[in-house]
Design a protein around this ligand. Structure first.
Ligand SMILES: *Cc1c(COP(=O)(O)O)cnc(C)c1O
Length: 451
């Protein structure tokens, strides 16, 4: 059979409130053409982010009821610890409320002025935490990863020669850790090969540097390795996941992605001295070491989520859904970042509406157009997000992020139809100008006017 079905039945439904084009037109005017300010119940298909927006399974909800809310040493903590240990081999597992809390603890301990942290591409919160510590964040993704239409099976790989050069330039003593983000979120959800992970490990060994993952989408990365990397086809996802984690000294993880939960995070460590200091910080700001800012029920849901995410049926459906959306947009002539990544499709807004110059925010125009035409919410990743203070980002993108197990194929067919119809009327899209912006992070609250 060629048809890949959603590998689940639906037991609980959350109705979507239908809206008309006229209602959405009025809403857009009211919120100043910024979809972040639209009430979620006025959205038909919400592709704003894949973070914390997934659907939990029957067994995860059962875990919520089983949750042991004891302050210390709860049964749920041991269930969670055992599951993560089994999956990753790590002995030291710190629960946190989300990924950035793990990053904050890690970089408070290893960062600091004069330090340099290499990564393929730092995710925004990772970069912010590195820089907040006083250290410098450096992106070393391979050249192919910098070009939106260049196809490469592992576009998230790190350029190992550039890593060597950086170590020569700044000195190994100034690099506290080397990081690799799997999959590479800021680079379009592109995977990193096992071969590349091994090559980075070799460089780290040669210079005695600790090697860490930002492993939010480790299972999606493992699926791409199984599909694309020579010699890996016969390995199970669990074997690939274990092989990946065996190559690193630690990891920060947001469970809001491949943990299949709505809140939660982890910090994995091997170094005993670092573990002691991290536990002290964890207790100071997150919570005791057996719950780390989460409820017992959250730990149960996470344990079950990490079990379900390595299911091959789930991953095939997951990655194929994203690819299906991307291929259908491409087939209609809409340029996207190629090849489709794991968790999102990025529309090239410069190509979509060449009549709108970057200073009139083509990505914002497409994002508003998708909401007005079809009630679809996306996020602009271009001049609104990165252009504050006069910078000109290389790309004007609109991200369609895929919540996990939430939308069916017919929802995606609707998204494709909406985007294609908008593309056919693209000449009617108008540029925007900013009428209000805050001093920083303007994409969340800025207001616009149509030109
Ligand atoms: C989401 C994400 C984070 C931060 O996690 P939060 O749970 O949002 O704090 C860090 N790195 C990557 C690659 C992410 O995708």
């Amino acid at each position: 059979m060629r048809t890949i079905i959603e590998p689940f039945r639906i037991k609980v439904v959350e109705p979507i409130r239908m809206t008309t084009r006229e209602q959405r037109e009025r809403i857009l005017r009211e919120v100043g053409y910024n979809v972040f300010l639209v009430h979620a119940e006025d959205v038909l298909i919400d592709l704003l982010t894949d973070s914390g927006t997934g659907a939990m399974s029957n067994l995860q909800w059962a875990g919520v009821m089983r949750g042991d809310e004891s302050y210390a040493g709860a049964k749920s903590w041991y269930v969670f610890r055992e599951k993560i240990h089994e999956l990753t081999g790590f002995e030291h597992i710190l629960p946190t409320h989300q990924g950035r809390a793990s990053e904050r603890i890690l970089f408070q301990l290893v960062g600091g002025p004069g330090k340099v942290v290499p990564n393929n591409n730092h995710f925004d919160t990772t970069r912010a935490n590195v820089e907040h510590s006083g250290a410098k964040a450096v992106d070393l993704v391979i050249e192919e990863g910098r070009h939106p239409t260049t196809r490469h099976p592992f576009k998230g790989n790190m350029d190992v020669a550039k890593l060597e050069a950086l170590i020569q330039e700044v000195g190994a003593e100034n690099i506290p850790i080397v990081m690799l983000t799997i999959t590479n979120n800021s680079g379009g959800g592109q995977p990193v090969s096992l071969e590349n992970i091994r090559a980075v490990r070799k460089v780290c060994d040669r210079h005695k540097l600790p090697f860490f993952f930002d492993a939010c989408r480790f299972a999606e990365n493992a699926w791409f390795v199984k599909m694309r990397e020579p010699g890996q086809q016969d390995c199970s996802i669990r074997e690939i996941v274990r092989e990946m984690f065996d190559l690193v000294d630690g990891a920060t993880i947001s469970a809001k992605k491949d943990g299949l939960v709505n809140i939660g995070g982890l910090l994995l460590l091997r170094d005993e001295q670092l573990v002691r200091k991290a536990n002290e910080l964890l207790i100071l700001t997150e919570g005791y070491v057996t719950y780390g800012g989460l409820a017992g029920r959250d730990l149960e849901a996470m344990a079950q989520g990490f079990e379900e995410v390595v299911s091959e049926d789930y991953l095939q459906y997951r990655i194929r859904s994203t690819e299906y959306l991307g291929e259908n947009l491409l087939a209609a002539g809409i340029q996207i970042v190629e090849p489709p990544g794991g968790h999102a499709i990025y529309i090239d807004a410069k190509h979509f509406c060449p009549h709108i110059p970057p200073h009139q925010f083509p990505g914002q125009a497409v994002s508003c157009g998708l909401y007005r035409h079809a009630g679809i919410r996306t996020s602009e990743i271009g001049s609104v997000m990165f252009g504050q203070g006069g910078a000109t980002p290389a790309m004007e993108l609109v991200r369609l992020a895929m919540p996990r197990r939430v939308y069916t194929q017919s929802h995606l067919d609707y998204v494709v139809e909406g985007a294609v119809e908008l593309f056919q009327q693209r000449d009617s899209l108008r540029g925007l100008e900013i009428v209000y912006e805050p001093p920083a992070l303007r994409h969340f609250t800025a207001r616009f006017r149509e030109l």
